[in-house]
Design a protein around this ligand. Structure first.
Ligand code: PBG
Ligand code: ZN
Length: 323
């Protein structure tokens, strides 16, 4: 026997106020991190055509941009460098005056309370575009760990609040934690890209970051079809000492966000990646969807699945327009 007509869920949906009162999930600017692309040796902003509304920021204008984000209410940025100094190892990343360090220094000098997360990888600094040092059978995991440690210490010395390793090397969190502690940076945190899939949704990022990659990252990033392994990867990073963990991409992986939320007590983040951003922007430009509503729905769904923080290129749109 159905409980209808005694039970009528529509009673709680009758007005805007009722719907707000009974809404289970919210997100606000406090939950968002803005990823930014900073290019050296250029004078003007460069639009990224596959990500309408996103620009590469000239290094010389980074301080002003950070001030503008802070005024808009942004609390945190994730920095990606667009380097002009590529080599086989990505050695610019660990130079005391390399782009990784300069971005952190400029951002923290401009707005000391801005939380700066330094994306920690090599693919934008290597001539081959891979996320580490090559050997005869692909990316050399353990040689890359040594370089990740050096890059992490350089970024920490420059003032980065979080080291965010995205290279998808085994043992990278432990290697970075011990390098940081060894250099005295015991309070520098690690935001681990702990469950990172080898996703086609990173397509626009490759243009944004000017990646030289031919081929793919399937030998180090995860197979998108694996659910058990996805949980295992984040739990490994927790054991290695991560302060927060991440699922990337976000929207197509809500089941994984939920699984990891239930398996760990660490803060959990999710990265709404470049392809997710592009799909919404181009869909809206074509008149197929309402951008503001789809943005709210997609971010709300990521929170509902269990993410505490979301990395999203829409963060400034939300700060500006409150969408
Ligand atoms: C590189 C890196 C990528 C992204 C963040 N860091 C690309 C990749 O792994 O190929 C993707 C971000 C996005 O698509 O928005 N380590
Ligand atoms: Zn990389």
């Amino acid at each position: 026997m159905s409980q209808f007509p005694l039970v009528r869920p529509r009673r709680l949906r009758r007005s805007e106020n009722l719907r707000s009162l009974f809404q289970e999930t919210e997100f606000s600017l406090d939950d968002l991190v803005l990823p930014i692309f900073v290019e050296e040796e250029i004078d003007d902003f460069v639009p990224i055509t596959s990500m309408p509304g996103v620009m590469r920021i000239p290094e010389s204008k980074l301080a002003g941009e950070i001030e503008r984000y802070a005024r808009a209410g942004i609390k945190s940025v994730m920095t990606f460098g667009v380097s002009h100094k590529l080599d086989a190892d990505g050695s610019d990343t660990w130079q005391e005056n390399g782009l990784v360090s300069r971005m952190a220094r400029i951002a923290k000098d401009a707005v000391p309370e801005m939380i700066v997360m330094a994306d920690t990888c090599f693919c934008e600094y290597t001539s081959h575009g891979h996320c580490g040092v090559l050997c005869d059978h692909g990316v050399d995991n353990d040689a890359t760990l040594r370089n990740l440690g050096k890059q992490a210490v350089a970024a920490a010395r420059a003032g980065a609040d979080f080291i965010s390793p995205s290279a998808a090397m085994d043992g990278q969190v432990q290697a970075i934690r011990s390098a940081l502690d060894g250099a005295g940076f015991i309070d520098t945190s690690i935001m681990a890209y702990s469950t990172k899939f080898a996703s086609a949704l990173y397509g626009p990022f490759r243009e944004a970051g000017g990646s030289a990659l031919k081929g793919d990252r399937k030998a180090y990033q995860m197979n998108p079809m694996n659910r058990r392994e996805a949980v295992r990867e984040s739990l490994l990073d927790e054991q290695e000492g991560a302060d927060a963990i991440m699922v990337k991409p976000a929207g197509a992986y809500l089941d994984i966000i939920r699984d990891i939320r239930e398996a760990s007590r660490l803060p959990l983040t999710a990265y709404q990646v470049s392809g997710e951003y592009a799909m919404i922007k181009f869909g809206a430009q074509a008149g197929a969807i309402d951008e503001a509503r789809v943005v709210r729905e997609s971010l709300g769904a990521i929170k509902r699945a269990g993410a505490d923080l979301i990395f999203t290129y829409f963060a400034m749109d939300i700060a500006r327009d409150g969408i």
